[in-house]
Design a binder for this molecule. Structure first.
Ligand code: GLU
Length: 506
């Protein structure tokens, strides 16, 4: 029988969620949804030294903003909780004991100083089958002494007893069979008495088993841990519930080689975090996609295509389409270059899909902030005319500003080029003519009327239109001339023309 798909996103709350982690979570989500499965949100906080307050809340807020929904987990509830590992101490203790009882793990008392000493004595020292009998542990001490040391409060760790010479095969959906020999592994620490907590490896395996995780989809950096995880499943006798492993390739620097880092973002000017992050330790503030003006749909689309594509040139994909088309087996084995410009491109596309009314709000807010009044319909019209040029919603104000704030100065270069000797005469004429017409609301009609007038007068179209634009916009920019006159309306057009005629002297 096919196993029910249950996947998990299991971050450690050690800081902001990196954009690569967001992609891992997205792929888990897409995979779960397309299989009618469940996505679990688990917090792996067994390393108390690296715990950062606020990180958990940050991760939840970021994923909620992006529209990634969990079925169960920390803050979402569910039948397999608690989902925060620090709240599962008793559960892990039981399983550590199980391994100890079966002789598959042992207690070790070696202090950090003793271990350092060994490292000095033995080149490439590794705590394993070749060295463990020279160390201070329950394999070399008598049962009484072990008991006595524990009773007297001595700190200890529990180590996994890895048998040498075994081939360990990790079956990975993207990479195929990855085989390593157990002799290269060390006897990993599974539990530390000092903080009464298991290490990542044990907690991760026990939870995946108990939470009935069917697929472990995570970053490539965890591939080296996978053989150990396979051995742990075997040690517990859980081979039947071993999840299918999927290790996703890294996100790479936009330029050069190597893993995408926060420094690349700082250097090249783009965020590597979904939301702005205030580091509670250093006080540093790092930029986020949300605060930089990205739409969540754009970020999702952009990330989905880093390491996977639908096999055709379809590029704009909604979450629903991604759920349908995503194929985890087709994810690339090699790293995906983080093409930041592509992210902007997606934002531009998704921005165009927003209604004018929604986008107009950005401009209306700005107008209110500046204490300027404007008709909401006019703002929508301005947004409709300009949004094609916007990458971010925050660009809209700069683009639309001239509709609501009349130019007081005129671009000097444009004046040099477009304001000719006869310009004042032509524009004065135009001004008088415009006073007589009343079709400003109709773009085509105004255009035809003005063009016909130019022709009748024998005025070259460019000689009239170019300086006319300059008077209304302040520079040689903007959309179609008669869209501008439509939005400004007759009174404002005449006012701006008059102002320019009074002001521009050459
Ligand atoms: N806690 C690990 C992390 O921070 C999870 C690795 C895994 O998914 O097994 O990414």
């Amino acid at each position: 029988m096919e196993r029910k798909v249950r996947v998990r996103f299991a971050p450690s709350p050690t800081g902001a969620l990196h954009i690569g982690g967001v992609r891992t979570c997205l792929y888990n989500y897409l995979f779960a949804k397309q299989h009618g499965g469940e996505l679990i949100f688990r917090i792996e906080d067994t390393d108390s030294q690296r715990f950062v307050p606020g990180a958990e809340e940050y991760i939840i807020e970021a994923l909620t903003w992006l529209g990634i929904k969990f079925d169960e987990g920390v803050s979402f509830g569910g039948n397999y909780g608690p989902y925060r590992q620090s709240e599962r101490k008793d559960i892990y203790k039981k399983y550590v004991q199980q391994l100890l009882d079966a002789g598959k793990a042992y207690i070790a008392f070696d202090t950090p100083e003793e271990l350092d000493e060994k490292r000095k004595q033995i080149a490439n020292f590794q705590y394993d089958t070749t060295t463990r009998m020279q160390m201070t542990n329950s394999l070399t001490l008598s049962a009484e002494e072990v008991e006595q040391r524990i009773a007297s409060g001595e700190q200890y760790v529990v180590r996994f007893k890895i048998e040498a010479g075994e081939d360990v095969v990790v079956n990975d959906l993207i990479r195929g069979e990855v085989c390593i020999n157990s002799s290269i592994l060390d006897d990993k620490v599974l539990y530390k008495s000092a903080d009464n907590l298991p290490t990542y490896h044990l907690a991760n395996i026990v939870d995946d088993h108990l939470m009935q995780v069917s697929h472990v989809i995570r970053g490539e950096e965890w591939l080296p841990s996978a053989p150990l995880h396979v051995l742990l499943y075997r040690a517990f006798g859980w081979e039947d519930t071993m999840p299918q492993f999927v290790h996703l390739s890294l996100l790479l620097k936009p330029d050069g080689n190597g893993k995408l880092s926060k420094r690349d973002g700082d250097r090249l000017g783009f965020p590597v975090f979904p939301l702005e992050w205030h580091d509670p330790k250093t006080g540093d503030v790092s930029s986020g996609y949300r605060e930089s003006g990205y739409l969540p749909e754009a970020v999702i689309n952009f990330l989905a295509l880093l390491g996977w594509n639908p096999g055709n040139d379809q590029e704009v994909l909604s979450m629903d389409e991604l759920i349908k088309l995503f194929n985890i087996e087709k994810c690339s084995k090699s790293g995906a270059k983080f093409d930041y410009e592509k992210g902007k491109h997606f934002n531009h596309i998704y921005l165009q899909q927003k209604s004018n009314a929604e986008l107009a709000q950005v401009v209306l807010d700005k107008l209110a902030e500046l204490g300027l009044e404007a008709d909401a319909t006019k703002v929508e019209m301005a947004v409709a005319a300009m949004k094609e040029r916007a990458t971010f919603t925050k660009d809209l104000w700069d683009l639309c500003r001239f509709f609501f704030v009349a130019p007081k100065e005129f671009n000097e270069k444009d004046v040099q080029k477009r304001w000719k000797e006869n310009t004042p005469t032509l524009l004065n004429d135009l001004l008088q003519f415009l006073e007589t017409i009343d079709c400003f609301d109709n773009v085509e009609q105004t255009e035809e009327t003005v063009k016909a007038w130019c022709e009748e007068k024998g005025y070259g179209l460019g000689n009239v239109m170019n300086p006319f634009r300059l008077t209304l916009v302040g520079e040689m920019k903007g959309p179609h001339m008669f869209t501008i006159t439509q939005i400004l309306g007759k009174d404002e057009v005449l006012r701006r023309l008059q102002y320019a005629l009074d002001t521009i002297v050459k």
